[in-house]
Write a protein that binds this ligand. Structure first.
Ligand SMILES: [Fe+2]
Ligand SMILES: [Fe+2]
Length: 389
């Protein structure tokens, strides 16, 4: 904890301390609320400004180990910075409505069915993503490289429910189609890298459109935190499975990018942040399994979602308490089964794949094509990186 704080403050030396509009000061005295005071540094440009950032002064261009990054390493880290900005945007929305500082509501009550500490975990996951953005852009600047700024695309509307700031967003959490095959993948002895496919744990989430946040106060119903409506339970449980979907993606993405890094320091950055994504995923997949049986039809999205009890009477591929990665095929089926994160192979994980997964998830509904084009250009550059290039 002390070490982490020291590292982040060192990186912030080169950055202005102005707060970005998306991250107002918090009433919460959190274990890492200091992160919010650090700001985004050179990434804080006016709307419409360039999509890349540069170091503000010569000190920022000092190399931490005297070595410049290879083009491939810079491209990998730039894409990861963009992915972290997107993660931060969606987690910030969850925090405003369901985090530690969010108003008491039936949505928070629904989230707390999954775990009474859920609001704390949501706030802390958000802080973590913000720290990943701050660090990656500052690290790129320290090497004389450009960082990433997506502020020009913060145009999507906010929830109208109590607690949400009325600011532009990068991501849309109200019309999601959530892939829940990660649940059965991590409970299976087979591996997507070797061609295996997996059924969804919540099939109805994987079709249709579903909101993972209350869109307005009407969605909150009677808004009794102790007795959320079936609709708010369904929205909160959708969020619970979405949390894990996002973080399992980061888990695989960082592992795939690590295999393309050239410098040991870039590898250290990728492995160390990637480990944080794994910890997030593990937390969320444990909590999602606490969803209680409920079915809800949402007339706004014309979709029904049904959550079943995953705690009792389920086969092992669905059983809620099997949260450790089941040993599975790895590298070759002739080798012993191994407990691992998966997929991690280039054929099944890529930066472009991450952009496509975010898009299929519905996060970018309402974003212009030029937003996707920019993300894809960053992804293509990262995917082109090769170790030793
Ligand atoms: Fe992250
Ligand atoms: Fe994450």
């Amino acid at each position: 904890m002390v070490c982490m704080k020291a590292n982040i403050q060192t990186q912030s030396v080169n950055a202005p301390t102005e707060l970005p509009p998306a991250f107002p000061s918090s009433h919460r005295v959190a274990r890492r609320s200091f992160l919010r005071r650090l700001g985004l540094g050179a990434a804080l440009l006016a709307p419409g400004a360039a999509l890349f950032t540069t170091a503000k002064n010569s000190r920022a261009a000092d190399n931490s180990n005297g070595k410049k990054l290879t083009k491939g390493d810079a491209d990998i880290l730039r894409f990861l910075a963009a992915a972290e900005i997107i993660e931060t945007d969606l987690w910030q929305q969850y925090t405003e409505l369901g985090g530690q500082d969010a108003p008491e509501s039936s949505y928070r009550g629904g989230l707390e069915i999954l775990d009474e500490d859920q609001p704390q975990y949501i706030s802390d996951n958000t802080d973590d993503e913000q720290s990943h953005v701050n660090f990656l852009n500052a690290y790129l600047h320290s090497k004389g490289e450009k960082g990433v700024n997506l502020d020009a695309f913060r145009t999507l509307p906010s929830s109208q429910a109590a607690g949400a700031q009325q600011i532009g967003r990068l991501t849309n959490l109200t019309q999601l189609t959530v892939d829940t095959s990660w649940w059965t993948r991590y409970r299976s002895t087979t591996n997507p890298d070797l061609g295996a496919t997996f059924p969804h744990a919540v099939p109805s989430l994987a079709t249709g459109l579903h909101t993972a946040i209350p869109r307005n106060n009407n969605d909150l119903g009677s808004n009794d935190p102790e007795n959320p409506s079936d609709h708010m339970k369904a929205v909160a449980f959708t969020a619970g499975f979405h949390f894990a979907f996002i973080e399992q993606g980061g888990t695989s993405l960082y592992a795939a990018m690590a295999q393309k890094a050239s410098s040991l320091e870039a590898l250290q950055v990728i492995l160390s942040i990637g480990g944080s994504e794994i910890m997030h995923f593990q937390t969320w997949q444990d909590k999602a399994g606490n969803a209680t049986p409920v079915s809800d039809f949402d007339p706004v999205n014309s979709s029904t979602v049904t959550f079943q009890d995953l705690k009792t009477g389920q086969p092992e591929t669905l059983q809620a308490n099997l949260i450790m990665p089941e040993p599975c095929d790895f590298i070759s089926t002739s080798l012993p089964a191994c407990s691992i994160i998966r997929p991690t192979g280039a054929a099944h994980v890529s930066a472009m794949g991450a952009v496509n997964a975010f898009t299929a998830d519905g996060l970018f509904r309402g974003q212009p094509q030029k937003f996707l084009d920019f993300l894809k250009s960053l992804a293509a550059a990262a995917d082109a990186a090769q170790r030793g290039d």
